[in-house]
Ligand binder design. Sequence first.
Ligand SMILES: NC(=O)c1ccc[n+]([C@@H]2O[C@H](COP(=O)([O-])OP(=O)(O)OC[C@H]3O[C@@H](n4cnc5c(N)ncnc54)[C@H](O)[C@@H]3O)[C@@H](O)[C@H]2O)c1
Length: 314
Amino acid sequence: MRALVTGGAGFIGSTLVDRLLAEGHAVDVVDDLSTGSLANLASARIAATQGAELSVHQLDIRHPELVELAVRRSPDVIYHLAAQADVRVSVARPVFDAEVNVIGTLQVLEAARACSASKVVFAASGGTLYGDADLEELPVDERHERRPLSPYGVSKLTGLNYLAMYRELHQLEYVALALGNVYGPRQDPHGEAGVIAIFAGNLKAGAPCTIYGDGCQTRDFVFVDDVVDAFVRAGSRGSGLIANIGTGVPVSVNELYATMARVYGSDAAPRHVPARPGELRNNALDPGRASLYLGWQPWTSMEDGLRAVFTSIS
Ligand SMILES: NC(=O)c1ccc[n+]([C@@H]2O[C@H](COP(=O)([O-])OP(=O)(O)OC[C@H]3O[C@@H](n4cnc5c(N)ncnc54)[C@H](O)[C@@H]3O)[C@@H](O)[C@H]2O)c1
């Protein structure tokens, strides 16, 4: 199979590229390196020196050249992960967010249509799609009302709407994965989604970890290898499908910190500061549909995932 991975130099995208190459697929990476880096592709490039088929194209997905590139490379499956992925940036620069996440996604769909790709697998956001749920509503499933509370949530939801429309209009097949809070090696500690990367770096450096508000806000932390497994499965299974990719277990930031400190062997106390306005209170995603249609389940325990994160930080 030939795959084209947009955002393939990013945290999740590069981990997906490694897995696709390891399975013997040919991979084209399209990335403008705005938040991703070639360093994330170091092991993929080593694999390429040993016979794996990898091409890296530094290109903005909004550029019309993407369509020509797709026709030239003729991928079977397009994994679309390139995005403006920072909620706070989307609030500060909603037009830019829409340019990348709406117009960029549209360009990717045009590219998929032009090269007759068999499928697009899209990185949707389960953390923003459903808005704020009550604790008793958790974990939310895909039938939950969609009420994004940020420009990023709206632009990602718009991507879903375009996917559904392209399937009807152009018979372009898709699977959209609504991801929880993904964590693992290569996550940028400067990104806003990277609380685990931030805590891990601080614990290792002996610096205090900051918890915003009371720390009772919950998230669904899912390990990157498990997420990548869902992407790979979605390349060959599922049709017109949106599926949550999470553990289904809400974990509070306080619990997360306690687990991380225990796994690392630190008895340092976290620092509490006032809550950030607009922050989501509760999130956890029911992964039942992914289990049914993709045969997917999260298998990495939080302790094992956290150990992998600590090991990856030099
Ligand atoms: N990390 C999470 O917890 C999470 C949760 C839900 C959804 N997602 C989605 O998963 C995808 C990957 O996220 P990530 O955490 O790996 O983020 P990331 O920032 O590491 O990866 C995004 C990649 O897209 C590239 N990119 C950005 N704009 C581009 C453009 N205009 N043209 C070409 N490339 C561009 C960046 O350089 C980067 O390599 C994103 O679509 C994100 O919205 C991530």
